[in-house]
Design a protein around this ligand. Structure first.
Ligand code: ATP
Length: 526
């Protein structure tokens, strides 16, 4: 056992004596046992100590710290970033299962190797890694899904729906136009093979031109750079089905020279820079209009690029929300974050009598059902398409409905588009914790938060589903909380919420049941 890193631990090395030091040493032993049983992803030996992945284990006051090496040595061969992230998640998860463990910190050793791998996996053009803030010593997770980065694009937002015809393209165009009206460089990729309606709405048409480098030049209109299968030669989209559709879509998406339009009036002037002319030749955000449904094509397209988050579009009908909830689960399982839902065709105001009517039997709360915020609620509006569509002469930003502007504002906040927004230094790191301990931990942290004080959580996915546990810990209803969710660099998300001061909570307000089952929509009993 002499070379067992668990026995090189520093549990007694902090000068503390007596019971506390003994408890720390016991915690190290238990953590080491759990780590020895942890199963690591393919490419690593079963036992993380034998594999040289865990090189030291320390404990102090319930916090266990692991020194981890995932570089080319001493493990066999270099690991991809996804395998490394998965290994770290599993190590953290194994230690979190140990009784008495309140926090797990993972410190990298062999940082040169780690840095090189981080650069290779996502630095260029996508991950900004804003928010170094005291968590620098913690292994930072990448959104696991992305295969490749997208040149010239800083952020990607996918707009998706479980069913066709619910207004996905309408929402994509509204979002892109609202972001452009805010002065951002915006692109819109119409990946809807079966109904590429974006060109019609934005009044753009083919043929697609080439830049000097031979890439496909997006067409710019109303401040939005667009590329669509509908702009290609006749018959292209119709011929694409199944896996062929995905390959052709990927090729078009990655071969588009985002941030570089070609001036149609002067073909020699190839390489105009950016929709708002700020000259940096990059897009601040690219909106992806994903094909409808829950099949392979929508899933693969959201996985093949580093999507910051998905905007789900649904009508408020109970069955539509059920389909959307299942789709959301699928996205979760595949590491694609959900930003929120747009509830479309949500009510109708009769132009004759002025009365409001529900179009669907809409007694299900979309935010509760999907465990994510409602980014916008768009009523049925027969003129909406016409207002969003760009006229032959183009039109001004006032065509963008107010609800779309609010949606855009929430989206840009949630993906951290408004600049460097550091992770709160006191954020409780719950990344990698299994579901039940995670919720118990959050509940305990919430209960320990003083009335009027703030609780911040750090997670590797949008932490909205943890709000239930927060509300139980606070002893106040979830509806009364005003959480602030932010995406930071390298796929980290934070949630900050203030505990209402005593007296702010109505006497008759009930928090969710203590034994509410965590996790999936529909299981919470709420
Ligand atoms: N809030 C709304 N009020 C009135 N009509 C709407 C609204 N939202 C969408 N529509 C209309 O519903 C139809 C379908 O919308 P849209 O094309 O955006 O849906 P989609 O989900 O992208 O469809 P597809 O699955 O065919 O791609 C369009 O005619 C559109 O104008």
């Amino acid at each position: 056992m002499a070379d067992d890193p668990a026995h090189n631990c520093d549990a007694h090395g902090d000068g503390r004596v007596g019971d506390a030091a003994d408890q720390d040493a016991e915690l190290v032993e238990r953590a080491a046992d759990a780590l020895a049983d942890a199963s690591l992803p393919d490419g690593l030996a079963d036992d993380p100590f034998t594999a040289g992945v865990v090189t030291d284990v320390r404990a102090a006051d319930g916090t266990v710290t692991l020194d981890v090496s995932l570089g080319p040595a001493p493990t066999d061969g270099e690991l991809g970033p996804e395998t490394s992230d998965l290994a770290v998640e599993r190590l953290r998860g194994a230690v979190f299962e140990v009784a008495g463990v309140e926090e797990v910190r993972v410190e990298e050793v062999g940082t040169e190797d780690m840095d090189a791998r981080d650069d290779a996996s996502g630095g260029a053009g996508y991950h900004d890694d804003a928010g170094h803030d005291g968590h620098d010593d913690v292994h930072e997770h990448h959104t696991p899904a992305a295969d490749r980065t997208l040149d010239g694009v800083d952020h990607v937002v996918a707009v998706a729906s479980a069913k066709g015809g619910v207004g996905k393209t309408t929402v994509s165009v509204a979002l892109a136009r609202a972001l452009a009206a805010d002065g951002l460089d915006v692109g819109l990729f119409d990946a809807d093979v079966y109904g590429p309606n974006v060109p019609e709405l934005l009044a753009v048409e083919g043929p697609v031109r080439a830049t000097d480098d031979g890439a496909a030049a997006p067409v710019e209109r109303a401040g939005v750079e667009t590329m669509s299968v509908g702009l290609l030669a006749d018959g292209g989209p119709v011929a694409w089905r199944g896996s062929m559709a995905h390959e052709a879509l990927s090729e078009l998406l990655f071969d588009t020279a985002w941030g570089h339009t070609v001036d149609g009036a002067d073909e020699d002037a190839a390489g105009d820079e950016g929709a708002d002319g700020d000259g940096d030749g990059r897009l601040d955000v690219l909106v992806l209009d994903v094909p409808p449904g829950t099949g392979d094509v929508p899933l693969t397209i959201t996985q093949s690029v580093p999507v910051d988050g998905t905007v789900l579009v649904s009508t408020p009908a109970a069955t539509a929300l059920s389909d959307t909830a299942r789709f959301r689960e699928l996205l979760d399982e595949n590491g694609v974050p959900t930003l929120g839902v747009v509830s479309n065709m949500d009510g109708f105001t009769c132009p004759t009598c002025g009365d409001s009517h529900d179009l669907f039997d809409a007694d299900v709360d979309a935010a509760d059902r999907l465990e994510c915020p409602v980014l916008a609620s768009l009523p049925f509006d027969a003129d909406l398409r016409e207002r969003l569509a760009v006229g032959p002469e183009g039109d001004g930003d006032d065509a963008v409905p107010e609800a779309a502007r609010e949606m855009a504002s929430t989206v840009r906040e949630r993906i951290g588009l408004d600049g460097d927004d550091p992770v709160p230094s006191a954020a409780v790191d719950v990344r990698g914790m299994p579901e039940r301990p995670r919720r118990e931990h959050v509940r305990a942290e919430a209960a320990d938060t003083d009335p009027g004080g703030r609780l911040s959580l750090l997670d590797s996915t949008p932490p909205d589903p943890l709000l239930d546990a927060v509300s139980v810990g606070f002893g106040c209803p979830r509806d009364g909380l005003d959480p602030r969710v932010r995406r930071h660099g390298d796929g980290r998300w934070s949630l900050t919420v203030e505990r209402p001061a005593t007296g702010e909570v109505a006497d008759d307000a009930e928090p969710p049941a203590e034994d509410a089952e965590p996790g999936r929509p529909g299981v919470t009993g709420r």
